[in-house]
Every structure is written in structure tokens, then in C-alpha cells.
Design a protein around this ligand. Structure first.
Ligand code: F6R
Length: 247
């Protein structure tokens, strides 16, 4: 794993964008795995800037998002499809038909999950997966206890994640309790992984994932088993690290 600690989230976004842009320029029809949440926003800002400045082309890029809430239509304010449109896709020259976000309204969610895995396989797998980490160490919606071999499936969200997400909903009862999520096994099959983190509330999870044992109790620790992972961490999320990493 390559770990880079940066000063602020703008630096985090710029470093991640540079890394991804370099890979995208080397491979047409690049398959990019994307995340939602606050963590990747500085990255998306920079990717938009690069695209609008003519520095990076998305016309042949294919994307797959990690997850979506079950029961939220794509038009819902808090759906991840809408989040992606508003924060990235609407501002770049990507073919919207080549952007994939799990369908939270699928009539048969289990069949949808299998189909999503097949869609990823049919385009040759994910070239680079962007990840954020939950304060409990989750990746995508793989909560502590998820099998390290898990695949795309319907998952129940933990109380701590429902609480973390409640800031985006008017009432606690409105927060979805289930999601469709790529599995840890699915994520580990990406050719490369770019893991981003900022904020003091992530410091324990970052330290456990990077320097603790590989364990289902900290899903992000599974990244230790992947040969090509770049962690880009802002100082405030790196305060609990003990080893010497690049600064
Ligand atoms: C989102 C996702 C989640 C988030 C994580 C961190 O697609 O997969 O695992 O990356 O919950 O969320 P933020 O970035 O909002 O702190």
C-alpha cells in the first residue's frame, strides 16, 4: 500500500485526480469505480475542473458506483444516483448511459445485484476504484462483520451508519435502513484502489485499517491484501497512525 498524507482536503482531491487522470489517459474505455459521501467531493471538483479545462476526457469512460439506498428513486434528493449527477456527471462530458449506480428501486434486488456484478465483468472489471471509509471502518456499505469475500448484495445498515447518515434526512425515520452494496470481494477485484480520508472522526478507522490486523471488524483492513492501493489521507485523519508514512 502506498500512503500519502496531505495538508488539506483540496490537496487530497488534487493528488487523487492526478493519479486517476494518469491512468485514464493510458487506457480508453477506462472503468472507474466511484463513491458518494463528502469524502470524494474535492476529487470530483478537480475532475470537473480538469474536464472543463480540456485536460481530461470522459467521453469513453464507464463508471460503476459502489452503492445505493434501497427504496430511494433516482430522483430523490438523497439518492446516490442524484448525488452523482449533481456532483460529477452533469458537469463532465461523460455518456450518461455509461454511468452505473445500483438501482434502489429494482423489483428484484437480489437479481439486480447479480446483474450488476455481470455488468462489471462484461466490461472487463474495474480499472480503478475510489473509496471513502466510514467512522466504523466500513467500505461501501460493508459494515463490520461483512465477509471479506462478499459480493454485491442487499445489506442492512448498522445503527452507527444510520446515525452518520441522518444528517442528510429531515427525520431519523426517513433514513433508509437497507442498501445495495458492492461486496468487499468485488472491491478487491479492482485493478487499483484509491482510498481517501479526511476529518478527525476517521482517525481511529484509518489507523485500524492501515496498521491493525486484517479483520472483518474493520472492513477497510481488507485493502492490506490488495497489491495496488493508494491511500491519500489528510493530516487530521492521520493523527492515530504510528508508523512513518510519506508527508
Ligand atoms: C459511499 C460509501 C461509503 C462512504 C463512507 C464515508 O458510496 O460507499 O462507504 O465512503 O460512509 O462517508 P463520508 O465520505 O460521507 O464520510
Amino acid at each position: 500500500m502506498q500512503v500519502t498524507i496531505v495538508r488539506d482536503k483540496e490537496q487530497m482531491g488534487k493528488r487523487a485526480a492526478a493519479l486517476i487522470a494518469e491512468q485514464m489517459r493510458a487506457k480508453p474505455h477506462f472503468v472507474l469505480g466511484l463513491a458518494t459521501g463528502s469524502t470524494p467531493l474535492p476529487l470530483y471538483h478537480e475532475l470537473i475542473r480538469m474536464n472543463q479545462a480540456g485536460e481530461l476526457d470522459f467521453s469513453t469512460t464507464i463508471t460503476f458506483n459502489l452503492d445505493e439506498y434501497v427504496g430511494l428513486p433516482p430522483t430523490h434528493d438523497q439518492s446516490y444516483r442524484r448525488f452523482m449527477n449533481v456532483n460529477l456527471f452533469d458537469h463532465i462530458n461523460i455518456n450518461q448511459a455509461a454511468t452505473h449506480v445500483p438501482d434502489g428501486m429494482a423489483a428484484d434486488p437480489d437479481a439486480f445485484c447479480e446483474a450488476y456484478e455481470r455488468m462489471i465483468a462484461d466490461v472487463g472489471g474495474i480499472d480503478c476504484q475510489v473509496l471513502g471509509i466510514g467512522s466504523n471502518g466500513h467500505i461501501a456499505f460493508n459494515e463490520p462483520g461483512s465477509s471479506l469475500a462478499s459480493r454485491t448484495r442487499v445489506v442492512k445498515l448498522t445503527k452507527s451508519t444510520i446515525k452518520d447518515n441522518s444528517r442528510f434526512f429531515a427525520r431519523m425515520e426517513d433514513v433508509p435502513t437497507r442498501a445495495i452494496s458492492m461486496g468487499i470481494g468485488t472491491v478487491l477485484e479492482a485493478q487499483r484502489i484509491v482510498m481517501l480520508a479526511y476529518g478527525a472522526n476517521k482517525a481511529d478507522a484509518v489507523a485500524a485499517a492501515l496498521e491493525g490486523p486484517v479483520t472483518v471488524s474493520v472492513p477497510a483492513s481488507a485493502l492490506q491484501m490488495h497489491p495496488r492501493v493508494n491511500w491519500i489521507i489528510v493530516e487530521d485523519a492521520a493523527t492515530k497512525l504510528k508508523l512513518e508514512w510519506d508527508r
